[in-house]
Ligand binder design. Structure first.
Ligand code: PBG
Length: 325
């Protein structure tokens, strides 16, 4: 054969492949989600997320230092609220001495350069396990947004660098931005969960925080996975309302959405490789059906290749170690 172009030339050795690789993962691509519980010395494995733990603040602080030493630059905090503090108004979410607020202060105190992001939604604080205030069978938008704005200010005052509203209420980004401005919190960023789909892949996360909805589902606020154009609309609106970083969630079943969003916006795009995606790899690896490390790197590379420059993932630490060698 006489060929003008032999594509295998660029694949023939590890050195050449490294030279022409288009997508390179680095530890600073990752946002490490952390689940925080009350107590001291507490480290509980989440049953549906093997190898992932809920930890008390003291152990969380140690974990954050280790993440920083591996090159990870940001953590995303979630707290497990004790049942007796839950209500239908998000009261505990606003407590200046609440678990979230104490966690932010402890982490920023011990590792000031780590970028601390906080989940803003009512589900961990809600007796109903919904992201907003419930009235009858409805999750009411505007009263919820008012609480989310106050919650964001409370996190920012405790030292959060970014607030990350994950609730999918209408108008919350603008309300949060205005509340931050009004409080003089002009350095706090907003990472908006802009295209968040109503997904079964959040199941293990709800185990982690005991936050599964008590009635119904989240389909009146999270997006229908049948839709694509709606994701662009949601994302564009969040950017207009002041989002600094946008997010597509989940990641691997939504790579088309990540690509389309990243082709259409002028802000950094993130994606959330969610709990169910973690659990699938873990379960298959445990059965000996997948090579876990290879599955991690291939998955995260595909998410970055799709257009996400930041990836929230429970594999952040593992991936950073693999990358660092
Ligand atoms: C809460 C929230 C959820 C996740 C992040 N923030 C769960 C939900 O919306 O039900 C999911 C994260 C994951 O599955 O890893 N608003």
């Amino acid at each position: 054969m006489q060929l003008i172009r032999r594509n295998r030339i660029l694949r023939q050795s590890p050195a050449i492949r490294a030279m022409v690789a288009e997508t390179i993962l680095k530890p600073s691509d990752f946002i490490a989600p952390l689940f925080i519980v009350e107590g001291k010395g507490v480290k509980e494995e989440i049953s549906s997320m093997q190898g992932y733990f809920r930890m008390s603040i003291d152990l969380t602080v140690q974990e954050v230092k280790e993440l920083w030493s591996l090159g990870i630059k940001s953590v995303l905090l979630f707290i497990k609220c004790n049942d007796e503090l839950k209500d239908n108004k998000g009261t505990e979410a606003l407590n200046p001495d609440g678990l979230m607020q104490r966690s932010i202060k402890a982490i920023k105190g011990a590792c000031p350069d780590m970028v601390v992001m906080t989940d803003v939604a009512l589900d961990p604080f809600s007796t109903y396990g919904h992201d907003g205030i419930v009235d009858g069978k409805e999750i009411v938008n505007d009263p919820t947004v008012a609480v989310l704005a106050q919650m964001s200010v409370s996190h920012a005052l405790a030292g959060a660098d970014f607030v990350a509203p994950s609730d999918m209420m209408d108008g919350r980004i603008l309300a949060i931005r205005l509340a931050l401005e009004e409080a003089g919190l002009t350095r706090t960023g907003i990472l908006a969960y802009s295209a968040k789909y109503a997904s079964c892949f959040y199941g293990p996360f709800r185990d982690a925080l005991d936050s599964a909805p008590g009635f119904g589902d989240k389909k009146t606020y999270q997006m229908d996975y049948a839709n694509r154009i709606e994701a662009i609309k949601e994302t564009m609106m969040d950017i207009d309302e002041g989002a600094d970083i946008v997010m597509v969630k989940p990641a691997m079943a939504y790579l088309d959405i990540i690509r389309e969003v990243s082709d259409n916006v002028q802000v950094p795009v993130s994606a959330y490789h969610v709990s169910g995606e973690y659990a699938m790899i873990k379960a298959a690896a445990k059965m000996g059906w997948l090579d876990e490390n290879k599955a991690i790197l291939e998955s995260l590379t595909s998410i970055k290749r799709a257009g996400a420059s930041l990836i929230a993932t429970y594999f952040a630490k593992d991936a950073a170690k693999l990358i660092n060698g």
